[in-house]
Design a protein around this ligand. Sequence first.
Ligand SMILES: *Cc1c(COP(=O)(O)O)cnc(C)c1O
Length: 223
Amino acid sequence: MKMSIAKNIENIQNELPPSVLLVAISKYKPVEDIKEAYSCGLRAFGESKAQEMLAKYEQLPSDIEWHFIGHLQTNKVKYIAPFVHLIHGVDSLKLLKAINKEAEKNNRVIDCLLQFHVAKEDTKFGLNFNEATELLNSQEFISMNNVRVVGIMGMASYSSDAQLILNEFAHLKQIFEQLKQLYFSKNNTFKELSMGMSGDYKYAIEEGSTMIRVGSAIFGNRN
Ligand SMILES: *Cc1c(COP(=O)(O)O)cnc(C)c1O
């Protein structure tokens, strides 16, 4: 049977609480696929390459919210700064500075999520709790006027162990709550917990996700 983007979206939305945003991860997929998902009502799309996101932005309706989900290099921020809706994977002060600078040039404030590393796989991406508090305490961060940290993002281990995945999502939720209490208690804009992908979004929702990033379960496998 032929895979149907519309059917896939319907299946996911049927089990999605209204408080959880479905971000359709369209990386490496053609604009035709995005148009099909758009016609089903989706407006939030995620890309992992700055130039690819810019090219798609230029070809597609202007009411799409573009989410950047991959590792963003500082010299690529300029491509997406005029229009990006949310940058999910911020894991250094250096990157935050670059985003602040480009946002200022565009006369806007760019919303960001701090990325945390909680999974077992080794990766150089993602902060731990101490690194995050160091960043949030720094005078440089405090004086930035064109970025706004609105929550955190993370990934669970690539595993078939449901309990491990649930524990890692619970850990992310705990980090979110701690940061909220320590740094954003008077601030209603710190509210997003971006966690859950095609293989594990059901667990992420159980543990309090507010945004799931789903690619292959909507668009099929990427080559
Ligand atoms: C590619 C990607 C996704 C989507 O992955 P699927 O397994 O296809 O749903 C989500 N989040 C990040 C950070 C990604 O790089």
